[in-house]
Ligand binder design. Structure first.
Ligand code: GLU
Length: 516
């Protein structure tokens, strides 16, 4: 479907590692752009220098790349598109701040931080919402010069802003002012939200908020709307925590005489207890999910269903199906629950759906990096190819790989000998059973599953054991684990020699256990 005017953006601030909610926002924007054949833009909102976190940017971009959320334009970096950075566009924001000052929509505010702090404390004491008291809104030139707070020489940017805004008002003694918007004192600001419908804010609840800070950086509000306008953004899709900023943005659009984009505020992501998703609910960043062994296609599918649905029952949707079906109409108004169990289940579905060869290619690098040092490298692909059918059905995340595979590669196994003792058995009866099983197995000419079954089932019966008891003992002896892939198939892959050696080692352990 093509709607040429669709231009959307993901505008993260690099102030921390991206929460799944941020990446869900990116995904919805990306799906919307791809659905309509429009453009998806990534813009890094790095104007809050104090809250900038090293590595956050890389983690955001890595998450996007890992999920395959590609963007369509930006400054060229090494033959590719980089994202836009607001910190590289300061002149642009200055020019619009100047325009707002010139046209009487904004004013310079000289109140020093200490005064603002005192004011906030006082407001909190009176249980009033924090807001600027508009002291500088109507300052005359004289009072600005004489203002007791405006001691010291102003910096050149402040003077420039002031003189460019109104040359005859140039003053020599300034504190570095901020620029504030003159918000209407009464009336209402309304806008339509594509998800939440008509939204109305009383202007009396909005204060004269800052557009340009004293460090020369714009605030989120100014930079965000200037860029959305200049980048011709058609739809703003963002988390609903930004809803309360939107009336401020609408006022700014009005002041600059611009038509705002369409707004769509996405529902919050909640933990299973319905509180805002946080660390205590488990992994909350895409990077963590990646490290925990989830597949990108499963995470993509899972995130797409956090607040959007195709219908009331479809859970598994490929990237193509998501692109073909995504619509704002089916985004819900209510919070979306992040359920780790569902993600695990979904990941298992995607793992099982991989063709065995594709599964092999995904696990090879993980085996190389995670198997113990003593395992000889490089790991043989041929050998792993034989293991794949035994594990692909059984693991839900790639991180479980180790537990299901290490015994295929290790020489000697380390495990707690008491695990060997079968259910309702003693060390002595376990020893007898293992000795008998070793004899039967070593007598087998062909070490295949049918022959093993053919000899071990009758043996269990002969010894008055349940097959589960005997097989359980053997499982621990040959794998060192109580839960492992199907026993006989595992033994075939391990080979007769290794199985017998491990059974002998287990017998030795049992002797020791018995004599203790
Ligand atoms: N920089 C804001 C953030 O970190 C962007 C909000 C918006 O999309 O307008 O999410």
């Amino acid at each position: 479907m093509t709607e040429p005017n669709v231009r959307v953006r993901f505008a993260p601030s690099p102030t921390g590692y991206p929460h799944v909610g941020n990446i869900r926002t990116a995904l919805f924007n990306w799906l919307f752009a791809r659905h309509y054949g429009g453009s998806f833009i990534v813009r890094i909102e790095d104007t809050d220098q104090a809250r900038k976190v090293e590595d956050a940017l890389e983690s955001i971009l890595d998450s996007l790349r890992w999920l395959g959320l590609d963007w369509d334009e930006g400054p060229e970096v090494g033959g590719d598109y980089g994202p836009y950075f607001q910190s590289q566009r300061l002149d642009t924001y200055h020019s619009y701040a100047r325009r707002l000052l010139d046209e009487g929509h904004a004013y310079l505010c000289y109140c020093p931080p200490e005064r603002l702090d005192e004011m906030r404390v006082e407001q909190a004491r009176r249980k009033e919402p924090p807001r600027y008291d508009r002291r500088c809104r109507n300052l005359s030139r004289e009072s600005r010069v004489e203002s007791p707070e405006s001691g010291g020489e102003g910096d050149s940017r402040a003077k420039r802003l002031q003189s460019e805004a109104s040359p005859e008002r140039s003053v020599s003694r300034l504190v570095t002012p901020v620029v504030r918007l003159k918000t209407p004192l009464d009336g209402q600001t309304r806008f339509h939200d594509l998800i939440r419908g008509e939204i109305v804010f009383e202007n009396s609840t909005l204060d004269d908020f800052v557009l340009l800070k004293s460090d020369g950086y714009p605030t989120y509000h100014l930079a965000n709307i200037v860029d959305d306008h200049l980048m011709a953004i058609s739809h703003i899709m963002r988390a609903d925590e930004w809803l309360s900023s939107t009336p401020r943005h609408v006022l700014l659009y009005q002041a600059l005489g611009w038509q705002p984009p369409l707004f769509a505020h996405l529902p919050m992501i909640l933990g299973p207890d319905k509180s805002k998703l946080s660390k205590r609910h488990g992994a909350t960043s895409v990077t963590e999910l990646k490290d925990q062994g989830y597949l990108p296609e499963a995470v993509l599918n899972f995130l797409a269903l956090l607040g959007w649905s195709l219908d009331d029952h479809t859970e598994i949707l490929s990237r193509e199906e998501l692109v073909a079906n995504f619509s704002i109409e089916r985004v819900s108004k209510t919070g979306a629950i992040f359920n780790h169990e569902k993600l695990r289940w979904m990941n298992g579905v995607y793992l099982r759906e991989l063709r065995p060869e594709a599964f092999l290619q995904r696990i090879m690098p993980l085996l190389e990096s995670s198997l113990p040092q003593e395992v000889e490298r490089p790991i043989s692909e041929e050998y792993v190819r034989r293991i794949v059918p035994l594990i692909q059905e059984r693991i839900a995340t790639l991180n479980e790989l180790g537990a299901y595979t290490d015994f295929f590669f290790l020489d000697a196994l380390q495990y707690d000998p008491s695990l060997l003792v079968g259910k309702k058995m003693t060390p002595q009866s376990t020893l007898t059973a293992l000795n008998a099983a070793r004899e039967k197995l070593s007598a087998l000419e062909s070490f295949d599953t049918d022959s093993m079954e053919g000899t071990l089932r009758p043996l269990a019966e002969e010894m008055g054991l349940k097959t589960g008891q005997l097989f359980g003992v053997l499982r621990v002896a040959v794998t060192g684990r109580t839960a492992a892939p199907p026993l006989f198939q595992t033994m075939v892959v391990l080979g007769k020699g290794k199985c017998l050696r491990r059974i002998e080692a287990a017998i030795t352990l049992l002797y020791r256990l018995d004599s203790m």
